[in-house]
Ligand binder design. Sequence first.
Ligand code: MBD
Ligand code: FE
Length: 303
Amino acid sequence: KLSMEARLNGLSKMSQTSSNFTERVIAATGPNAHPRLKEIIPSLVRHLHDFAREVKLTVGEWEAAVEFLNECGKMSNDRRNETQLLCDILGLESLVDDITSKLLASSASETPSAILGPFYRHNAPLLPNGSSIIQDLDPSVPWYTQAVADSAHVTGRVLSSSGEPIKGAIVDVWHAAPNGLYEQQDEAQPDMNFRGRFMTDAEGRYSFYALRPVSYPIPDDGPSGRLLKLLDRHPYRPGHIHFIVSAPGFRTLTTQLYDDRDHYVTNDAVFAVKDELIVKFVPKEGDPKALWLLEYDFVLGRK
Ligand code: MBD
Ligand code: FE
């Protein structure tokens, strides 16, 4: 009797398990195919086929994967992007982000990027420097005490890679509440809570009040969460603040800052942490609005 291996190898010429088959699928691409797709899809087909051959993917397993992807799609909407979350736990969003930023970066001094994640909202309120992104800190919320203990002043400058301050840059920020939920995931939070946009002054400075971010589980009640469990993985991300920093003439920077007190900075469920983005909050004295201070300068590359 032939082993599975021997049978797969023996069928080489005529069968779909041979690399000839893969080349035939690729050769079906027409001469007028979209140029970038002509480059991408053959490589994707080659890797997909090699992957299926390598793990000897069965029809049952492939059906389960199709059902899984369908489920991700059905669960994705404005509030929840399950397909993106799947990419995140497989490290794909972080990988693509790093590839893209390395392609575009012109100077090593530019602040590294990090992934956007699924919870960005356009049009966060444009607030004056020095104001708070905490819309409404009601003493009745269960996390009130923690919020007070974690109150933080976040400030710094937006600079060009040659070190000049950039005036009029927009610093768009958002973070999760101490209960681990972004405002759109949580009925109890006011609209746009923990979100704001700030414009830098003539010295390139931005300044706002927020909270030290806490670690929290990515939404794990869907297919991505099920996959994490099957892989014996945890769903936690280290506490982080998201930023999109933009200014005319400069490349927009999407990034995140990670609180160095957080246990998960070395163990992020979506693999997005970079050393340069791990920050230290220091005690702040004499400020009734904050117990902590974070100073961080963002360096943008020119377009
Ligand atoms: C998040 O809050 C996040 O920032 C990322 C990148 C993925 C899932 C949840
Ligand atoms: Fe996030």
